[in-house]
Design a protein around this ligand. Structure first.
Ligand SMILES: NC(=O)c1ccc[n+]([C@@H]2O[C@H](COP(=O)([O-])OP(=O)(O)OC[C@H]3O[C@@H](n4cnc5c(N)ncnc54)[C@H](O)[C@@H]3O)[C@@H](O)[C@H]2O)c1
Length: 331
């Protein structure tokens, strides 16, 4: 019988849960594997869930033995860049060793299709923008290092064992399901749009704008915010590519637009009608002035056609979810 199940590792998290919603909408068979340390079972109602940890090879082995998995999508990781600097061992153990465990289990069960959540952090300080996939890779944090090292490991596995993979390098994932049913609930919340909404609601301390003297139009950093549903579309295209026999690929995911910290705060204030309490602080080490993607490659090769390339739309979807879940999924 043809194996057709996708294992969605880390599927109860922010990005993974939105991909699961798209998989359900398209009746694509899948199983979520998540330890729920950072994820939320409420975000994946309707998807099957196996609770387990990628740092535990025995549990992984059982999941592959018990299910007809042909493809793995991997979202599970620790994601706080600052924490990765102070505790790199934690990051290497989960974000690198965990993936090695997963890929060993895949090899044991002859699962040869892999979609990996990578990041703009693999590039480090940009030498030019927009950043294309050939830009030098020189991560400036252990978080970025773990992601780049995994990408290299995936490539070696491809050469040696026939693994076919798509690495998707997201820039800044943001937004929420337009129906307000699922959204972004990180603890701590370090992502600007989600945090600005919480600051406007008085649920976190005032925002600090880190650096106002960058060489950008308003002096604050520019980032490329990409709607999580456009990420979901890219993942489904990646699955189709691999399932139709496509070769390994690496793609950036961003719109090619940069928005400054001040522009984001203005958009949040406009959408919510509330003021975002804020103060100005010094630059943070390792924060480039501009991180902007060229996504020409995925548009041309996989036909990625983003639908939500609009900052106010992204903010209003995130706000709709936050209004429905003012305390996140927990309460
Ligand atoms: N959110 C962004 O802006 C962004 C940008 C670039 C890359 N990424 C990458 O995308 C992926 C998803 O990001 P996110 O924002 O959804 O993160 P998230 O923290 O919301 O989701 C990660 C999920 O993985 C699970 N998990 C973590 N460690 C695990 C383990 N050892 N075993 C099993 N499950 C585990 C968590 O419980 C959580 O549900 C990550 O790999 C991240 O590095 C995210």
């Amino acid at each position: 019988m043809l194996r057709r199940m996708i294992l969605v590792v880390g599927g109860a998290g922010f990005v993974g849960s939105h991909i699961c919603k798209s998989l359900r909408a398209q009746n694509i068979e899948h199983l979520v594997f998540d330890n729920l340390e950072k994820g939320h079972s409420q975000a994946i109602v309707g998807s099957q869930l196996a609770v387990g940890d990628i740092r535990d090879p025995a549990t992984l082995e059982r999941v592959f033995a018990d299910n007809d998995i042909d493809t793995v999508m991997h979202f599970a990781a620790y994601i706080e860049v600052g924490e990765s600097v102070t505790d790199p061992a934690k990051y290497y153990r989960n974000n690198f060793q965990g993936v090695l465990n997963l890929m060993d289990a895949m090899r044991n069960h002859r699962v040869e299709q892999f979609v990996f959540s990578s990041t703009a952090a693999v590039y480090g300080e940009p030498k030019y923008v927009p950043i294309d996939e050939l830009h030098p890779k020189d991560p400036t944090s252990p978080y970025g290092e773990t992601k780049w090292n995994v990408e290299r490991m995936i490539q070696s596995f491809g050469r040696a064992y026939g693994l076919r993979s798509v690495a998707l390098r997201y820039f800044n994932a943001a937004g929420a399901s337009p129906d307000g049913s699922i959204g972004e609930d990180h603890d701590p919340e370090t992502h600007l749009i989600a945090r600005a909404l919480l600051a406007a609601m008085g649920k976190v301390p005032p925002l600090t704008i880190f650096g106002t003297d960058y060489d950008t139009p308003d002096g604050t950093c520019l980032r490329d915010y990409v709607h999580v549903l456009d990420l979901a579309q890219a993942h489904i295209l990646a699955i189709k590519h691999l399932r139709s026999g496509g070769e390994s690929r690496q793609f950036n995911l961003g719109y090619g637009n940069g928005f400054s910290v001040r522009q984001v705060i203005n958009a949040v204030e406009k959408v919510t009608g509330m003021e975002v309490p804020k103060s100005e602080g010094p630059r943070r080490e390792g924060d480039p002035a501009r991180l902007i993607a060229s996504s020409t490659k995925i548009r041309e090769e996989l036909g990625w056609n983003p639908e939500f390339n609009d900052l106010e739309t992204i903010v209003s979807h995130a706000w709709k979810w936050r209004q429905a879940f003012p305390n996140g999924y927990g309460l």
